[in-house]
Design a protein around this ligand. Structure first.
Ligand code: AKB
Length: 327
């Protein structure tokens, strides 16, 4: 058995920031190489390589230099940003994944992680307890790239034996890093406004219920899936995975328990249509049965933890907080 040497691509994003820290805790800092098109914002001691994922030669160079055995490929344009530039979204999301899968095939990597999303679903998908195998027909370019990405992942496994693993993430909520260009971003932005004592203009309607997950659950799910024995896995494309579902109105009511003066108002924009094409909740029995998935955070536990941590961060250093968190 060779030692695990992990490359995280897209380490400066919302998930990448927190997942890279968790991976360093599990595998040791010297065994986790982070990479991103953007250089790290904060003072950062670990090993970082700048990488545009469309540059396959540079990817190969990093692979060789660090003797990489596993890749977590997180770099992608999300749903809302993706609609503003569908061509670039196709290019980055598809060709980036293709470069990673080709490297994995040619260099015999042990494992690849590819994040899928609830964006693979579309208006014809059953909205509640959405089954694993169902009509997809996504309605955004981001969703299309995730659906095709899932097919590619499964293809590289069955055709070439590349062990690709994937989760269909719901909206992810975290205090450590801001999201960047998704339809579920409101569920993070709302906390920043609430703790700053400001009112929040919500770009989704009050009763738009979507699946969501708190970051510690998302990170644990990812690492658990990657460490599950391969013979337990029913599939090598996106597992449905469930934690919480709520609407903006329900989230605001929860926040008001801690910040009673908090005020939300609704001004839906183009992201409303995207949200309406997604689902409310998923049936994730494959994830539960295959590798024992179980969420820890419900709406109230997540809200309490978010507010506690954001207040702590803000009280430590307001200018550093603003630099990192305000989009
Ligand atoms: C988005 O809103 O685009 C993402 C996602 C659900 O994949 N957070």
């Amino acid at each position: 058995m060779r030692a695990d040497k992990i490359l995280v691509i897209g380490s400066e994003g919302q998930l990448g920031t927190v997942l890279s820290d968790a991976l360093r805790n599990v595998y040791g800092a010297s065994n986790v190489i982070t990479s991103d098109i953007n250089v790290p914002k904060s003072n950062y001691a670990g090993c970082f390589e700048q990488l545009n994922i469309l540059d396959a030669n540079r990817l190969f160079e990093i692979f060789k230099k660090h003797k990489i055995t596993q890749i977590y490929h997180l770099a992608a344009l999300l749903s809302a940003k993706g609609e503003q530039n569908p061509r670039q979204t196709w290019n980055v999301n598809m060709n980036g994944l293709f470069n990673v899968l080709e490297l994995a095939r040619e260099q015999n990597l042990d494992k690849v992680y590819f994040p899928s999303s609830i964006a693979v679903f579309g208006g014809k998908t059953p909205r509640k307890a959405t089954p694993q195998f169902t009509v997809l027909q996504p309605e955004t370019m981001y969703g299309i790239t995730k659906e095709v990405g899932e097919q590619l992942a499964q293809y590289y496994y069955t055709r070439f034996g590349v062990d690709v693993r994937s989760l269909r993430y719901p909206g992810l909520i975290s205090y450590q890093s801001p999201p960047g260009g998704g339809t579920t971003d409101y569920a993070v932005d709302i906390f920043h406004k609430a703790i700053a004592g400001e009112q929040f203009e919500c770009f989704l309607d009050r009763d738009t219920r979507l699946p969501m997950m708190y970051m510690p659950d998302a990170v644990r799910a990812t690492i658990e899936l990657m460490n599950a024995p391969v013979d337990k896995l029913s599939m090598h494309y996106g597992y449905n995975i469930r934690a919480i579902s709520f609407s903006p109105e329900e989230l605001a009511a929860e926040i008001k328990k801690y910040i009673p003066d908090f005020h939300i108002y609704y001004k839906p924009d183009f992201r409303q249509k995207i949200a309406e094409s997604w689902v409310e909740s998923m049936d994730d029995s494959f994830a539960r049965n295959d590798w024992g998935w179980k969420e820890e955070y419900d709406l109230s536990a997540m809200t309490e933890d978010m507010i506690k941590n954001l207040q702590l961060l803000r009280s430590k250093d307001t200018s550093e907080y603003d630099k990192k968190m305000i989009l």
